[in-house]
Design a protein. Structure first.
Lengths: 115, 110
């Protein structure tokens, strides 16, 4: 079955620690996205990538970093500079960024908490 | 400013009691409106895309409609398994990125 796999499902971060969230897709989609979901708020875009070796900041990129070395993979690193990292992180993909006819498809998320 | 607002924040219904959820938006040139369902601890699941005023789409007990300024998700004779948070999103005018509403949490009591 085609889809998006996020791991781990739960992650705990210690003070001053960087952590990396994994996102893999086998949908052959060019575009990938990282969102943050907090209670009572809409999804907020952290980073997105339109193609391998290219990515752009979203609305809340500070304290996060990404890479896109392979079409299938778009890992997100939450750095120690992100002072409020506790949230539900969602990875998504779509055929391409500029095709608004095509929906984004989501993984099942990673819940990050502070120890 | 581009904005998406969903109402109500939460809705409790008895099984079989029909109702509607609202998604209003302020983008000037609509390039589509997306509805998603999200179960607790899961990612959003795509339901519908609507493109133009007057358009309607149906899936089982759900029907989505679109006007120039808002969309409705009508739920007919809901069952407990329809309980979820329903999200809507529209592409921004400037860069095609999606603006998301905060969602409506729907609870269907047996």
């Amino acid at each position: 079955d085609g889809g998006i796999t996020q791991s781990p499902k739960y992650l705990f971060r210690k003070e001053g620690q960087n952590v990396t969230l994994s996102c893999e897709q086998n949908l052959n989609h060019d575009a990938m996205y990282w969102y943050r979901q907090d209670p009572g708020q809409g999804l907020r875009l952290i980073y997105y990538s339109q193609i391998v070796n290219d990515f752009q900041k979203g609305d809340i990129a500070e304290g996060y970093s990404v890479s896109r070395e392979k079409k299938e993979s778009f890992p997100l690193t939450v750095t120690s500079a992100q002072k409020n990292p506790t949230a539900f992180y969602l990875c998504a993909s779509s055929i391409e960024v500029r095709n608004s006819n095509q929906p984004q498809h989501f993984g099942d998320g990673t819940r990050l908490s502070i120890l | 400013e581009d904005q998406v607002t969903q109402s109500p924040e939460a809705l409790r219904l008895q099984e079989g009691e029909s109702s509607s959820l609202n998604c209003s938006y302020t983008v000037s040139g609509l390039r589509g409106l997306f509805w998603y369902r999200q179960d607790p601890g899961k990612g959003p699941e795509f339901l519908f895309t609507l493109y133009s005023a007057g358009e309607e789409k149906e899936k089982e007990r759900l029907k989505a409609t679109l006007t120039k300024k808002e969309s409705f998700l009508h739920i007919t004779a809901p069952k407990p398994e329809d309980s979820a948070t329903y999200l809507c999103a529209v592409p921004m005018d400037s860069n095609y990125q999606l603006i998301w509403g905060a969602g409506t949490k729907l609870i269907i009591k047996p």
